[in-house]
Design a binder for this molecule. Structure first.
Ligand SMILES: CC(C)(COP(=O)(O)OP(=O)(O)OC[C@H]1O[C@@H](n2cnc3c(N)ncnc32)[C@H](O)[C@@H]1OP(=O)(O)O)[C@@H](O)C(=O)NCCC(=O)NCCS
Length: 195
């Protein structure tokens, strides 16, 4: 059952072109349609899905996370089509440090249209305005500069390169670490959470 009081309540959020909402089992088809693409999976820690059952398993895992108030993801819905076209969410939450990491992915056919920047800016606003979080981190493989650009446009600062930090798809990869603090400027702030 949805826990409206937990830290990871994941309420529905809106941007000019997108709705961010909790993922339901009926989203599996949309998720599979872009997550089966090797290009989308190239720089993330999951592999391209081979069968829709993998998308269903992902949706089931998220239902468990929502129920247990664990770090989880929103589905990104394109208002124009009503389809779920990506995800954005949390991982690596540290209560003692009031920090959390964000990660995201988007259907290939929508890249470079500004969607993920729009989604991340909204999630940063929500995280700082409605959650007890002081630091949001994100990391990307050096060979995936578009993701770093999204972070930069949202006011995240590049803090350094962590050499061979991840083992992904058969090799060790260097990643750039980005972060934004609650007190940092937010160049794309739009809607504010009610106080
Ligand atoms: C990374 C990703 C989320 C970006 O989403 P998006 O909606 O295309 O991002 P935006 O359109 O908001 O911004 C992309 C920016 O990167 C820039 N960019 C694209 N390719 C680039 C490249 N090879 N080098 C440098 N910048 C690049 C774009 O020009 C744009 O910047 P601009 O607005 O200054 O022109 C999307 O490509 C994706 O889902 N990739 C697969 C999954 C993934 O890699 N997730 C992130 C893991 S860290």
């Amino acid at each position: 059952m949805f826990n409206p009081y937990g830290l990871f309540a994941m309420p529905t959020l809106e941007t000019p072109r997108l709705i961010l909402r909790r993922i339901a089992m009926c989203d599996a088809k949309d998720i599979f349609s872009y997550s089966c693409d090797e290009e989308v999976a190239r720089h993330v820690l999951w592999s391209a899905q081979k069968d829709i059952s993998e998308a269903r398993a992902y949706c089931r895992d998220l239902q468990r996370r929502y129920r247990r108030d664990e770090p989880s993801s929103w589905g990104i819905i394109e208002k124009k089509t009503g389809h779920l076209v990506g995800t954005i969410g949390y991982m690596n939450y540290s209560e003692e440090n009031a920090s959390v990491e964000v990660g995201y992915s988007l259907a290939h056919w929508l890249w470079n249209g500004g969607y993920m920047t729009e989604a991340l800016a909204r999630v940063i606003d929500y995280t700082f305005d409605a959650m007890d979080i002081n630091r949001i981190e994100a990391q990307h493989e050096l060979t995936n500069p578009a993701s770093g650009r999204v972070m930069e446009k949202c006011g995240m600062r590049r803090e350094g390169v962590l050499r061979q930090r991840l083992y992904n798809k058969g090799k060790f990869v260097d990643v750039a670490l980005y972060a934004i603090l609650k007190g940092d400027p937010r160049p794309l702030t739009s809607a504010k959470e009610p106080s």
